[in-house]
Ligand binder design. Structure first.
Ligand SMILES: Nc1ncnc2c1ncn2[C@@H]1O[C@H](COP(=O)(O)OP(=O)(O)O)[C@@H](O)[C@H]1O
Ligand code: SF4
Ligand SMILES: [Mg+2]
Length: 341
């Protein structure tokens, strides 16, 4: 069976096509404050186009999960606007929450925990169809086709979540997200806790599905090798703000923000020639309840000067599709990263 036809999906989009496409998801000056004082997101501007795979990185507490939840409408923003296909998501949710849920699906960190333990997998996969009032016959055919496509044996449907492996549970979670044919999949640490070989299989699968169905992903990962391998663009967050955004190849070849440089220097590079000296950041991560004055990174930045504590840098265009929030960005040198030729 041709799953592309079943899912109504398109072919993968070329990079040039993606660049010319209007934003599928757009965040404009988005802020989110928890309990009136935890400023988890502050001034987030970001556009994601259809067919893109965007990576989101940053230390724990930088606001990655909050950003994912805001995009999914699971947390309401306290400032700015998020839109999907040009329409504000608050309005989309108020008008028809179920229709919005079909368009945006989230893959959670703990796939097994996200699957209800007392339901057989078959029932779990049909549940979204029932909730959304979709044709069960068509839906079941789609589930069977996807099961085969994801390399899961048909008897998986008769099992309970605890009877399948961690890798299979991730596949079931992906299948459950795909059943509704979403526009965008937000994946928060999709490979965390898996064996390296299973991680590789899963990422290949996600890439294949992306190409087959023209999917759009926002992917949070602590594993920088995963981000480097899978994403086209990477967003780096620090204390609720975007500090750098760049094409993934360019960022990994030469980060422009001192925080990105420190973060990437912790990555065991596969290529010794390009291995950078590891920068160990001093001090604790400050709290977003009372973020540092001026540049939020100044308390830990190896190259901070007096101005950094006084003046907050804006997120500025730095050429080549890069934006950087720093008064003194690092020289990225090459107009083209070495491996882009
Ligand atoms: N429900 C919540 N209530 C209050 N504070 C929260 C809540 N969720 C997250 N936070 C705080 O918001 C900040 C960002 O958290 P989070 O988005 O989980 O970061 P990350 O996913 O990058 O680790 C942290 O300071 C965290 O403690
Ligand atoms: S503005 Fe100053 S403190 Fe902030 S990242 Fe740049 S150099 Fe470091
Ligand atoms: Mg998180």
């Amino acid at each position: 069976m041709n799953i592309g036809a079943v899912m109504g999906g398109g072919a993968a989009l070329a990079e040039a096509e993606i660049a010319a496409t209007p934003a599928l998801l757009a965040l404009e000056d988005v802020g989110l404050v928890y309990n009136g004082r935890v400023r988890a997101l502050d001034g987030i501007d970001l556009a994601i186009r259809r067919g893109e795979i965007v990576g989101l990185v940053g230390e724990s507490g930088s606001g990655k999960t909050t950003l994912c939840k805001a995009l999914m409408g699971l947390e309401r923003v306290t400032a700015g606007r998020i839109s999907l296909g040009g329409q504000a998501i608050d309005a989309l949710i108020d008008r028809d929450a179920l229709a919005f849920r079909r368009k945006a699906q989230m893959l959670l960190q703990d796939a097994v925990a996200s699957l209800s333990p007392r339901m057989r997998i078959g029932r779990l996969l049909e549940e979204p169809l029932r909730i959304h009032g979709l044709d069960l016959g068509e839906g079941r055919a789609r589930i069977l086709a996807l099961l085969q496509r994801l390399g899961l044996p048909p008897n998986t449907l008769d099992k309970f979540p605890h009877q399948i492996s961690g890798g299979q549970a991730r596949r079931v979670a992906i299948l459950r997200a795909l059943v509704l044919n979403p526009d965008i999949i937000v994946a928060d640490e999709p490979t965390a806790g898996l064996d390296v070989s299973v991680q590789g299989d899963l990422l290949n699968l996600m890439l294949d599905l992306q190409a087959e169905f023209g999917l759009t992903y926002l992917m949070v990962s602590h594993n920088l090798n995963v981000v480097r391998r899978v994403t086209g663009r990477t967003v780096v967050m620090y204390l609720g703000q975007i500090v750098e955004e760049a094409p993934t190849r360019a960022l990994f070849a030469a980060p422009a923000h001192p925080y990105s440089a420190a973060l990437l220097s912790t990555n065991p590079s596969v290529d010794p020639a390009r291995r950078r000296a590891r920068t160990v950041l001093k001090g604790e991560i400050p709290s977003v309840v009372n973020p540092p004055s001026g540049c939020r990174f100044h308390t830990r930045c190896p190259q901070a000067v007096a101005r950094c504590a006084r003046e907050a840098p804006a997120l500025r265009e730095a050429g080549g599709g890069r934006r950087v929030r720093c008064h003194f960005p690092l020289a990225t040198g090459l107009a083209q990263p070495p491996d882009a030729a």
